[in-house]
Ligand binder design. Structure first.
Ligand code: GLC
Length: 755
């Protein structure tokens, strides 16, 4: 517990050349009134400071007094140097101690230069490149006045029905943890030169496990499942030095995360040693009343602050509840002081007391955004993120001698950034048509159909205006004409490039869906075009895994492109024409049909494994295969890499020794290629049964055509631990399968025994 010094020095911010010392911060704290202290714990959106409210979330009057608006210590999604300067100057002027505000924003996968969505870039299995992307995003956003990113989102997700799978790194905790580190470091590495951003990892904890994949729904997990499959990425973010954490909107085992003392204080602060700032999610402190965990604002304020939440984002609870609690001695002022001190220390760490605009300036803003280098980085990451799911008879890569047409609602569509690219503009995004034109100058193009034909569905997305919906849905006659025009130009072609997928707001926050299949009108277009017996290359733009079983036999190739970001069209074209060899590997299991969700590779065996017998009485469905259409780790490339000779240097090992694993790769193709070599284990017997496969390491390697490579891994016993039902980490002697192979399907296995 910090010692609060009693000196009452008064601090003006002008002209200060160095950050304040701890005792100076303490002295500042002790000179603040209770209202001022509470003000530091309040975060409001731009509309409270007469600027745009770019936030995503329920819009409602908060009833916060003008006095507390003046004392608010931070704001969200106010951006642009001129804008933040005006807001900062005004707020500091009215603050009794002229304390600078913190400017926080959703910079989830880019600011102006947009990268592929996280579920997309996780398929690159390239944490180094992702770190560079987040460094780039921080450079852009800090130039525009942002100081804190509400990122990385590192919720593990096993259910593709949940819209926010878009922002996740998929279903594996180990891979998500690797990316958590790269994103935190990418954001924060340039903080010292004010070109970085504070990383605020989210949503603590286990938001991705919402029941039924339904947004904001309850989360109920055994402690072994929570600790083994959902908590590791947040721990990785803490270990990587993240300076902030955001709570989840949901309950975990009946307790709202935003008021869960066990989660926020016992685990996050005490067990993991996190000493940064904890912020609620949007209005989540007030929502603990709706959850049925608090009676009123005062009760909610008491419970959230006591649990360890420092900042109340966009709710009136701390503003209306804390003062009474302190004056009525229901809450120890020391708890408020600790929270305020953490906020002041963060501001001081950023040097805001000497420069309240941090790294922002008109010059930086003019020279940092959407530079060619940043676009190049976005294009590279997009190319490495795309996953080739099917390539019948080497339909790809295309050569520009083929007579081609480009069909589909995504052919000329610039909306390739996904829902959370809230600071970007689609006019800065390269469409698929623009990308392809670099290889085929005048490719005939037709929309064929709309993205969606159901106005009610589009209205229900809660984002599109009546006029926008009118513009998006053609009349029946127009739709028939669109189809006829598409068929007409396709009849003269050898190859149809067909660009389909999800509308931007179908995925992302509050985008949970029960039907993962493509919409009927898009399927109808596929059906009609497939009757022409032409080669069909299907490009999918989406924010989640879709259920494709009903269309895979009607197309020759499928390239899954996610929402690929600013350079999407160029990246797609580079892959289609073989300029880049696709190397993406799925980080989520793909269902055949929606009803298979939740679906994930690291599942338990059961007592009657689905492939253990042909009979009825095994773990299966009677109306569909139970395995995924495409498994975790799956992806094709041009050419094929053969895996042989998976070996270990010893069979028996002790907890202090390591096992050296080797596997041989041979590129049997005419293409230079890149392979993601994945290493899994299966702990065959344990006091809490273990998944049939668990990723423990991977290597992304390049192989020239014809090249052979031996890949080495080291396994230590620390990679073989599991969590029991009290959340304790355990290591048990016994036999482990070591599993390795390409695209999550052709797998080699050997065994080792821990003594
Ligand atoms: C939203 C999201 C969170 C986001 C925050 C601020 O509701 O849950 O991820 O950072 O509010 O926009």
């Amino acid at each position: 517990m910090q010692q609060f010094y009693q000196k009452n020095d008064y601090y003006k911010v002008e002209g200060r050349k160095q950050t304040l010392k701890e005792e100076q911060l303490c002295s500042l704290l002790s000179s603040m009134s209770l209202k001022e202290k509470i003000g530091q714990l309040i975060q409001l959106s731009g509309d409270f400071f007469s600027t745009a409210n770019l936030s995503i979330g329920p819009i409602k009057k908060l009833g916060i007094s003008p006095e507390f608006v003046k004392l608010a210590g931070s704001t969200l999604n106010v951006v642009g140097f001129e804008n933040i300067k005006r807001v900062q100057d005004k707020q500091m002027e009215v603050q009794p101690h002229h304390i600078p505000m913190l400017f926080m924003s959703d910079v989830i996968y880019g600011y102006k230069t947009i990268f592929p969505i996280p579920l997309g870039f996780s398929s690159s299995w390239n944490p180094d490149l992702v770190e560079k992307a987040f460094e780039c995003a921080a450079d852009e956003a800090s130039a525009s006045g942002v100081q804190v990113a509400f990122a990385p989102m590192i919720d593990v997700v096993r259910d593709a029905r949940w819209g926010r799978v878009l922002e996740s790194l998929g279903e594996d905790p180990f891979l998500t943890s690797i990316f958590a580190k790269s994103m935190v470091e990418g954001l924060q590495k340039n903080l010292p030169c004010k070109k970085g951003l504070v990383a605020c990892f989210k949503h603590f904890a286990a938001y991705g496990a919402v029941e039924g994949g339904r947004e904001y729904n309850s989360v109920d997990l055994s402690l072994s499942n929570l600790f083994q499959n959902y908590l590791p990425p947040y721990k990785a973010a803490v270990e990587s030095g993240a300076k902030m954490a955001m709570t989840s909107l949901t309950t975990l085992n009946g307790v709202p995360s935003t008021a869960d003392k066990w989660l926020l204080t016992d685990i996050l602060r005490k067990k993991w040693g996190f000493n940064g700032v904890i912020i609620s999610d949007y209005a989540s402190i007030q929502e603990i009343i709706k959850h049925g965990f608090a009676e009123d604002n005062e009760d909610a304020a008491f419970k959230s602050l006591s649990a360890g939440v420092d900042i109340d984002m966009k709710s009136p609870v701390y503003a209306s509840g804390l003062e009474k609690l302190i004056t009525n001695r229901k809450l120890d002022i020391k708890k408020v002081d600790s929270a305020v001190f953490r906020v002041l220390r963060l501001k001081n760490d950023l040097g805001l007391f000497e420069n309240p605009y941090f790294g922002a300036s008109t010059t930086r803003e003019k020279t940092s955004l959407l530079t060619p280098q940043k676009r190049e980085l976005s294009r590279s990451l997009a190319e490495e993120s795309m996953v080739l799911l099917k390539n019948e008879n080497n339909a790809l890569p295309l050569n520009n001698k083929e007579k081609m047409v480009l069909i589909g609602p995504y052919a000329d569509n610039h909306a390739l950034n996904g829902m959370w690219a809230i600071h970007s503009s689609k006019k800065d995004t390269i469409s698929i048509h623009q990308g392809i034109k670099r290889f085929v100058a005048d490719i005939p193009t037709e929309k064929g159909t709309d993205l969606r034909r159901d106005s009610k569905f589009l209205e229900n997305l809660g984002f599109l205006s009546e006029q926008e919906i009118k513009n998006m849905v053609s009349s029946e006659e127009e739709n028939r004409n669109n189809l006829m025009k598409a068929i007409k130009i396709s009849q003269k072609a050898d190859t149809i490039i067909l660009a389909l997928g999800e509308e931007t707001y179908e995925a992302g926050e509050a985008g949970s869906k029960t039907k993962l299949e493509l919409p009927k009108n898009q399927i109808h277009l596929i059906d009609e075009l497939s009757k022409l017996r032409k080669k069909i290359i299907l490009i999918i733009i989406a924010g989640r895994p879709l259920a494709l079983e009903n269309i895979i036999d009607k197309v020759d190739a499928i390239l899954y492109c996610w929402f690929p970001g600013s350079e999407g069209g160029n990246a797609i074209a580079n892959i289609l024409f073989g300029f880049k060899n696709p190397s993406g590997r799925l980080t989520m299991s793909y269902p055949r049909v929606s009803a298979q969700e939740p679906l994930y590779y690291n599942h338990l065996s059961t007592g009657r494994p689905q492939n253990s017998s042909k009979g009825r009485f095994v773990s299966k469905y009677i109306d569909s295969p139970a395995d995924p259409l495409y498994p975790f780790g799956y992806g094709l490339s041009y050419g094929f890499v053969n895996y042989t000779e998976l070996k270990t240097d010893k069979y028996v090992f002790t907890k202090d020794s390591t096992i050296n694993v080797t596997v041989k790769l041979k590129n049997n193709s005419d293409f230079d290629t890149t392979e993601v070599v994945q290493l899994y284990i299966h702990d065959k017997v344990a006091e809490v049964v273990q998944p049939v496969q668990r990723l423990i390491d991977f290597k992304k390697v390049k192989l020239k055509r014809g090249q052979e490579l031996t890949i080495h891994f080291n396994i230590s016993s620390s990679q073989l631990t599991f969590f029991d039902n009290r959340g304790n980490e355990k290591l048990e002697p016994g036999v482990f399968d070591i599993i390795c192979g390409t695209n999550g399907k052709q797998l080699l296995t050997t065994t080792i025994r821990l003594k």
